[in-house]
Ligand binder design. Sequence first.
Ligand code: PEP
Length: 247
Amino acid sequence: MKRRLVAGNWKMNGTNASMTELQQLAAAYPSASTDILICPPATLIARAADLTADSAIRIGAQDCHPAPSGAHTGDISAPMLADAGATAVIVGHSERRENHDESSALVAGKASAAHASGLTALICLGESLAEREAARTLDIIADQLAASVPDTATDADTVIAYEPIWAIGTGLTPSPAQIAEVHDFIRARLGGRFGPDAAGSFRLLYGGSVNPSNAAAIFAIPNVDGALVGGASLKASDFSPIINALE
Ligand code: PEP
């Protein structure tokens, strides 16, 4: 039975003072029946990993460079993240695709680098509002999925997060039918590429304005195996009810 996953993306938020939120989470979940991941900024990964070592919380990163080392000022490699205590890394978040012009080919390179360092890659896909309104959602998802997921990906090292760009940080969420349509589509595409058995084992997360009030309804949608949560992951009092909705 595949374990479901709630992942929190702190984005460019958090300082040492935020560790109290993480300590609260770690105390609340000494063990859990779901996987729980917090992705703080890179500056906090090592400390966060230490603080959560005896709990069910795992620590991830928000990005990595595709190369293991080299002349890439300001970048951080997957081996460095693993060395700091991360077990996973988000790649292809729409904010990176937009703000840093990241292509799906680059995202696939980052995912491969993550895998080579023993990290789970959380690969994000999602359409813009204009693309949805032009009825291009499934075409965009198909293209991003095909080009962002390496051929060598497995259900053990890769998680797919469907994050419609227009739902991120806006308070807007797609209808259950819209989420189901995309998640069913992703599952079917994975089946065509990796075989139906493996496709069934990949975890598919929904992300975009998940909060304590809508989490249970989102988790009840078929083919939703958890969530990638931004704003509502910053405070333990918001994130815990989302975890509990999945437990
Ligand atoms: C995200 O940034 O991945 C995200 C889903 O953000 P939010 O939950 O704030 O919409």
